[in-house]
Design a protein. Structure first.
Length: 456
C-alpha cells in the first residue's frame, strides 16, 4: 500500500492541486443538485441522504471517491449562507479570498502554542491582533484570537475575576446566553439581570442595581451588548460607561455582531463608548465575512493577560523565553491552536478598511430596504427600524403558531431560511442580512414566499 501524500512539504502543492479540482467540482455539483438555500425534505430526508452517501463510516478498505462523494453530499445538504434566501442567523457567506487563505492555514498546519511550531504565524498574529485592538481603543492595546463570541465572553469574565479576586456579573435581559453559561462555567454567582424594556439595557435600572449591590470597587462586571442576537440592537454604551465609572465597575462590551461597524465611516459612531470598556468581544465570522472561526477579545490593559500565564517546559521553557523565543501559552486557554489569523490578515490586506466598510454599509442598506418594503406592505408588521442588518417582522394578524409554522414550512420545503425571535411577548420572523450580493428582487421574493405560505 502506498503512503498517502501530504498537504505541505515540497510535494504538497502538487498533491493538493488535483484534489482541489475534485472538491470544487463536488461543491458545484452539490449546490446545483440542492437548487436552493437549503435541502428539501426536512431532517429525516437529509439524514437519509447523508447515511446513504456515507455507508460504512470506517470501512475495512478505503475508497478513492470518498472526497468527491462526501463533499458533494455536504454541499447538497447545506444551508448555504451565500443564498439570498438564507438569512436566519449571524452566519455569513465567507469571502473567497478568506477561504483560500484558510486552505493555506490547513495545509501548513501551524500550531500557535509554541514559537517553534508557528514562527511566522505567531508574528502575524501579534501584528494583526494589535492592529484590531487599536481599532477598538485608538491606542496601544492587545487582543486574543478566540473561536468566537462565546469563548471571548468567557475569557472576559475570567480576566475580570482574576483581576479582582471575585466578580459579580451584571447584564441586561438582552445579553447573549453565553454570558450566563460563563458564570456557571467559572463558578460565579448567577448574574444580576437588568431590565431591557425596549430591547436595550435600561441605564436607570443599571444605576439602581449598581447602587444596591454591595462590594468593593471593581468587584462587579457590567456586560453591555453592541448588536443583540434577536434584533441587532445596541445598548446605550456612553451612558453605561458613565455609570460604570461612577460606581467603580468594570465594563465588558459584547460586540460580536456590531463590532464590524468599526470598519464603516458611516456607521462607526454607533459604537461610541466602545473604547471605554475594559474588554470587547469581536467576531469576524459575522460582519467580517470570515470562515468560522474568527473571534477576538480586545483587552485595553495588557497587564490583565497575566492571569493566563502558564508554564509547560516543553513549550515555553524559561531559558528559551529568556533567549528571545516568544511565549505563546498566555495568548489562549487552548494549547493546540490553528492560525485563524491568516485569513483575517489576508482579508484586511486585500480589501482594506474602505473595502470592508463598503460591505458593512451595503448589508446595512439592504436591511433598510427590506424594512421599507415591510412598512409599505399591508400584509406585514415591522418590529422596528433596523439598527445594523437584522430585520424583525411578522405576517399581520397571524398567530404565533402561524408564524412558527410558516418558518418551518419554508425550511422543510427548502425554500428559505428565516430565524425566529420572541419580542414583546410575541413570536417574530428574523432576517439577518449578511450577504452583500443580495439584491432588492431577492428581498421582495423572500416576502412573497412568507406571504404565500402563511396559514390564514
Amino acid at each position: 500500500m502506498s503512503t498517502p501524500p501530504l498537504a505541505s512539504g515540497p510535494q504538497g502543492p502538487d498533491a493538493l492541486r488535483p484534489l482541489l479540482d475534485t472538491v470544487l467540482d463536488a461543491l458545484r455539483e452539490g449546490t446545483e443538485t440542492r437548487g436552493g438555500p437549503l435541502p428539501a425534505g426536512g431532517p429525516r430526508q437529509v439524514a437519509h441522504r447523508v447515511r446513504d452517501a456515507l455507508g460504512e463510516p470506517l470501512p475495512q478498505e478505503g475508497t478513492d471517491d470518498a472526497l468527491r462523494a462526501l463533499v458533494r453530499t455536504l454541499a447538497e445538504g447545506a444551508a448555504d449562507p451565500a443564498d439570498p434566501l438564507s438569512a436566519a442567523h449571524l452566519h455569513c457567506p465567507p469571502l473567497a479570498v478568506a477561504v483560500a487563505a484558510d486552505l493555506a492555514a490547513g495545509a501548513l498546519n501551524p500550531s500557535l502554542d509554541s514559537w517553534d511550531q508557528a514562527p511566522a504565524a505567531s508574528e502575524l498574529e501579534a501584528l494583526i491582533t494589535g492592529a484590531l485592538a487599536r481599532e477598538v481603543y485608538g491606542t496601544q492595546a492587545t487582543a486574543l484570537v478566540t473561536t468566537g463570541g462565546t469563548e471571548s465572553n468567557q475569557l472576559a469574565l475570567l480576566l475580570a475575576r482574576e483581576a479582582h479576586g471575585s466578580v459579580q456579573l451584571v447584564c441586561g435581559a438582552n445579553a447573549h446566553h453565553s454570558l450566563h453559561r460563563a458564570t456557571w462555567l467559572l463558578g460565579l454567582p448567577d448574574p444580576v439581570v437588568v431590565p431591557a424594556p425596549a430591547g436595550t439595557m435600561d441605564p436607570a435600572a443599571l444605576d439602581e442595581a449598581l447602587t444596591e449591590l454591595q462590594g468593593p470597587r471593581g468587584s462587579f462586571l457590567v456586560a453591555a451588548t453592541a448588536g443583540t442576537t434577536d434584533a441587532g440592537l445596541i445598548d446605550p454604551l456612553p451612558d453605561i460607561a458613565d455609570l460604570c465609572e461612577a460606581h467603580g465597575s468594570r465594563l465588558h462590551i459584547d460586540a460580536a455582531y456590531g463590532g464590524g461597524l468599526l470598519f464603516s465611516d458611516h456607521h462607526r459612531s454607533r459604537l461610541d463608548g466602545l473604547a471605554r470598556a475594559h474588554t470587547v468581544t469581536l467576531d469576524l465570522h459575522k460582519l467580517g465575512w470570515q470562515p468560522i472561526a474568527a473571534g477576538l477579545l480586545a483587552v485595553h490593559n495588557p497587564h490583565d493577560l497575566h492571569a493566563l500565564d502558564h508554564h509547560a517546559d516543553y513549550l515555553n521553557a524559561d531559558d528559551d523565553t529568556d533567549a528571545g523565543l516568544p511565549d505563546l501559552l498566555g495568548r489562549s486557554l487552548r494549547t493546540s491552536r490553528r492560525p485563524d489569523i491568516l485569513k483575517i490578515a489576508v482579508t484586511l490586506k486585500t480589501l482594506g478598511r474602505q473595502g470592508i466598510g463598503a460591505l458593512v454599509d451595503h448589508v446595512c442598506a439592504q436591511a433598510t430596504e427590506l424594512a421599507d418594503l415591510l412598512a409599505a406592505h399591508p400584509g406585514f408588521e415591522l418590529y422596528d427600524t433596523p439598527t445594523i442588518s437584522t430585520v424583525v417582522f411578522r405576517p399581520a394578524e397571524a398567530s404565533d403558531d402561524a408564524v412558527a409554522t410558516v418558518r418551518r414550512t419554508l425550511l422543510t420545503e427548502g425554500r428559505a431560511v428565516l430565524g425566529r425571535a420572541t419580542l414583546d411577548g410575541r413570536l417574530w420572523l428574523k432576517a439577518t442580512l449578511l450577504n452583500p450580493h443580495t439584491r432588492p428582487g431577492d428581498l421582495a421574493a423572500l416576502l412573497k414566499l412568507v406571504e404565500g405560505h402563511t396559514p390564514r
